[in-house]
Design a protein around this ligand. Structure first.
Ligand code: UFG
Length: 328
C-alpha cells in the first residue's frame, strides 16, 4: 500500500488555500497548514495541523521542516491586490518575493524538493493575443505581477542549482466556493467581482460598479476567464502527483479558456440569486486589460486536468450559497 503523502500548505487558511486543504483532507493526505492569519480564517482550515506563523520567520520555518518529512510544499500566502501593489510595492516585494525566498531557502536546507507555486495571469501584462498560452510574452504592468514573475524566475534558477523542482500554476480568475457550502470567499476588504456582485444581491452592499464600459469587447465591459476554486485545487493535486512521479519543473496556465464580461457576470448573478442588483457605471480601473482568457490545453494534455465546474452560473451558484445567508 502506498504511504499517504504529507504536504505543507502555506496560506492554507485563505480562500484558495482552504479549498486546497479541504481537498487534501478528502484525499487522506497529511497536512500541515502554516498561516499568519493576516487575511485567512482559522475556522476555514478543515483538516490537518495548524501552525500560526509567518514565512518571514526563518526559525519557525526551520522548526516546521525539522518536525515533518514533507513530500511537497504548496504556497498560497501572497498578497493579491493589483491596485494596492502599485500604491505600496514594498509590501508586495517583501512578502511575495523576499519572504517566499525565505521559504524556498528553508526548504532547500531541509532537503524538501517539490514546490507548487500560485502564480498569476498578471505576469503576462497587456495581452498581445488570446487565449494566452504559456509562451505568451511576460511583461507585468504592476508590482504584483512582477513579484510573481520574479519567483517564477527564481524557481527556474533554484531547479538548476539546487534541484528544487516546481510547478507554477498561473491562475486566471479564481471564483466560486465549495460545492457543498463548507467554505467560501471571505476577503477583507473584498475587491473581486463575483463576491461584490453577490453582496449587492444580498443587500450587504447598495450597488456594484462596472469599471469601464468602453473596452473593445462585445458589451464594452472587461472579459475574464473564471475558474472554480475546487477545479483550481484539483490542478494543484495533479501537479503534486506529477512532481512525485519524477516530473520536471513546469509552468501551466489555468483557466477555462472561456471569457465572460462583467455584464455577463452580473446577469448570471441576477439569474442565480433571483434578486435585483443595482449597477452603476464607473470609470476604468487602472491596470485592467480588456480581455484575459487562458489557453489551458497544456495542463489538460500533460496532467489530465479537467474542470468539473466550468460553467459560470455554477460558480456563481456556489458563491451564492455562502452569500444568501446575509439576505436582508
Ligand atoms: N470589476 C468591476 N467592478 C468591481 C470589481 C471588479 O467591474 O467592483 C471588474 C474588473 O475591472 C475586472 C473584472 O471585474 O474587469 C474582474 O475583476 P476582479 O477584481 O474580480 O479580478 P481581476 O481580473 O482584477 O484579478 C484577478 C486576481 C488577481 C490576478 C488577476 C489575473 O484577483 O490577483 O485576476 O488575471 F492577478
Amino acid at each position: 500500500m502506498k504511504q499517504a503523502k504529507t504536504i505543507l500548505v502555506v496560506g492554507g487558511a485563505g480562500y484558495i488555500g482552504s479549498h486546497m486543504v479541504g481537498l487534501l483532507g478528502e484525499l487522506g493526505v497529511n497536512v500541515v497548514v502554516l498561516d499568519n492569519l493576516s487575511s485567512g480564517h482559522k475556522d476555514a482550515v478543515l483538516h490537518g495541523q495548524f501552525v500560526h506563523g509567518d514565512i518571514a520567520d526563518r526559525m519557525l520555518l526551520d522548526k516546521v521542516f525539522s518536525s515533518h518529512r514533507f513530500d511537497a510544499v504548496m504556497h498560497f500566502a501572497s498578497f493579491i491586490q493589483v491596485g494596492e501593489s502599485v500604491q505600496d510595492p514594498a509590501k508586495y516585494y517583501q512578502n511575495n518575493v523576499v519572504n517566499t525566498l525565505n521559504l524556498l531557502n528553508s526548504m532547500c536546507a531541509h532537503g524538501v524538493d517539490k514546490f507548487i507555486f500560485s502564480s498569476t495571469a498578471a505576469i503576462f501584462g497587456e495581452p498581445q493575443y488570446w487565449p494566452i498560452d504559456e509562451s505568451h510574452p511576460k511583461n507585468p504592468i504592476n508590482p504584483y505581477g512582477w513579484s510573481k514573475l520574479m519567483i517564477e524566475q527564481a524557481l527556474a534558477d533554484y531547479h538548476q542549482a539546487y534541484g528544487l523542482r516546481s510547478v507554477c500554476l498561473r491562475y486566471f480568475n479564481a471564483a466560486g466556493a465549495h460545492a457543498e457550502g463548507l467554505l467560501a470567499e471571505r476577503h477583507e476588504p473584498e475587491t473581486h467581482l463575483i463576491p461584490l456582485v453577490l453582496q449587492a444581491a444580498s443587500g450587504r452592499r447598495a450597488q456594484v460598479s462596472v469599471f469601464g464600459r468602453d473596452y473593445p469587447t462585445p458589451d464594452g465591459s472587461c472579459v475574464r476567464d473564471y475558474i472554480h476554486v475546487q477545479d483550481l485545487a484539483q490542478a494543484h493535486w495533479l501537479a503534486v502527483q506529477y512532481l512525485c512521479d519524477g516530473g520536471d519543473s513546469n509552468v501551466f496556465n489555468l483557466g477555462n479558456s472561456q471569457g465572460y464580461s462583467v455584464q455577463e457576470v452580473i446577469e448570471a448573478a441576477r439569474q442565480v440569486s433571483l434578486r435585483p442588483i443595482k449597477v452603476v457605471e464607473g470609470p476604468r480601473r487602472e491596470g485592467d486589460p480588456a480581455v484575459l482568457v487562458a489557453d489551458s490545453s497544456k495542463i489538460k494534455q500533460l496532467l489530465g486536468w479537467q474542470p468539473v465546474f466550468a460553467d459560470l452560473k455554477t460558480m456563481v451558484q456556489h458563491a451564492w450559497q455562502a452569500e444568501a445567508k446575509y439576505c436582508c
